[in-house]
Design a protein. Structure first.
Length: 92
């Protein structure tokens, strides 16, 4: 499972406001929905670029945030499951 590669679906777009505002959003450009993201969720989604494996995403996030790998993997897998189910992320 850690070798799987995902990318953001074409109908979604990530937006990051200026550095000071920390306005982070996910836009569904087809349906017009807007989702406000926290910094961690934004970073997670941004790392799924269709080139990085799940393991590479985990390694990158672990180097950014001070968190136990097992907790990170658990949290990311839960989020990944929801994003794939909602077709935000597509498995390559």
């Amino acid at each position: 499972m850690n070798n799987e590669v995902y990318f953001l679906a074409d109908n979604y777009s990530l937006y990051q406001g200026d550095f000071k505002s920390k306005k982070l959003f996910l836009f569904d450009i087809v349906e017009g929905s807007i989702f406000r993201l926290n910094e961690v969720s934004y970073d997670m989604l941004a790392l799924f670029n269709g080139e990085r494996s799940l393991q590479q995403v985990i390694s990158t996030l672990a180097s950014i945030y001070e968190v136990e790998i097992s907790q990170l993997e658990s949290d990311l897998n839960n989020m990944l499951e929801r994003w794939v189910e909602r077709r935000v992320l597509i498995k390559k």
